[in-house]
Design a protein around this ligand. Sequence first.
Ligand code: DX5
Ligand code: ZN
Length: 218
Amino acid sequence: DRTLKIAPSILAADFANFGSECEAIEAQGADWVHVDVMDGHFVPNITFGPATCAAIRPHIKGVMDVHLMISPVDPYIDAFAQAGADVITAHIEAGPHIHRTLQAIRGAGAKAGLALNPVTPANTVEHLLDMVDLICVMTVNPGFGGQKFIHSQIDKVRQLRAMIGDRPVHIEIDGGVDPSTAPLVANAGADVLVAGSAVFKGGSVSDPAPYGANIRAI
Ligand code: DX5
Ligand code: ZN
């Protein structure tokens, strides 16, 4: 369905308390939990891998949305699927055979996501539209939380929504989502909004109420 979903990114959570953070954001109204996997190669930062995903899985009731900022992708798909990822998103820039990667993700039993860096045009997805369940439009350069939203991506969202037509494909926005930018992408056709810093600011596992207020403000 196309109702707007908020997917807090645990990149902005307390890394020493992922389980409690996931429970707290769901209790405060998060729709999905967004999990940013970085390898220090595809992006200039390192987070965590499939073992951490498996460890947090029991603490998430809803959708675990795993965003792979790694290259290569294919050798790790089964591990993330086994870890309980509901959605596995790979970058179109991560290698020459994204078609194979998307087949492998669905083959492993997960929903297939395709992420586009800010410089990657909408029309590169033309031959992949029937192979994806989600397209993630990066509205920052991947690698770090807390960066500034890139406004040129709004038109890309509009183009993608038109290309998708009546297919059941989510458009997810990742990077710099806050109460001022969220309406711009929602109006352009996005239906899943990832937010890290805008959700976690001002709260903690011992004082999670700000998470709820932040989610409602988006
Ligand atoms: C960036 C990550 C994002 C990031 C968003 O590489 O993919 O999910 O956590 O963080 P904010 O919402 O702080 O821009
Ligand atoms: Zn992400």
